[in-house]
Design a protein around this ligand. Structure first.
Ligand code: HEC
Length: 108
């Protein structure tokens, strides 16, 4: 019959084998960012404000949104997800997003 000590040792070994432990946090690395945002005015602001929590591909994989939708997206990051985008910077970010990842009028 197993002792309590035996069970505890077994559990510790299982956790160690699964990589769960105090050092696990040190070993975990973010995947490298592969997305390159298009050049344009305001790009540096987006890099400064919008890639701390998630990859820039959250931006580049959106369907083309008009400026109002990008304004709403930036506001959602602020109000729902706690992004600390200064209000005086938000319009320039929306300008960049609409210009580079916005809905283009179809050519006539
Ligand atoms: C404080 C963290 C944070 C910051 C800073 C941030 N976001 Fe997000 N963003 C999130 C979270 C959380 C989600 C939702 C992730 C999910 O659903 O998996 C998200 C999702 C998105 C999406 C996907 C569509 C959606 O609405 O879920 C877009 C586009 C986006 N963010 C754009 C931006 C832009 C542009 C900025 C800079 C103004 C920004 N984010 C800054 C946290 C952040």
């Amino acid at each position: 019959m197993k002792t309590i000590h035996g069970l505890a040792t077994g559990l510790a070994c299982a956790l160690a084998a699964a990589g769960i432990g105090a050092r696990a946090a040190d070993a975990w690395k973010l995947p490298p960012e592969k997305t390159v945002l298009r050049p344009g005015p305001g790009r540096e602001l987006v890099l400064g404000q919008c890639v701390a929590c998630h990859s820039a591909d959250y931006i580049t994989t959106q369907p083309p949104l008009d400026r109002a939708a990008w304004v709403a997206s930036v506001e959602k990051m602020r109000s729902k997800y706690g992004a600390t985008v200064p209000t005086n910077v938000a319009p320039a970010i929306a300008d960049y997003l609409a210009a580079q990842y916005g809905r283009k009028e179809p050519a006539r």
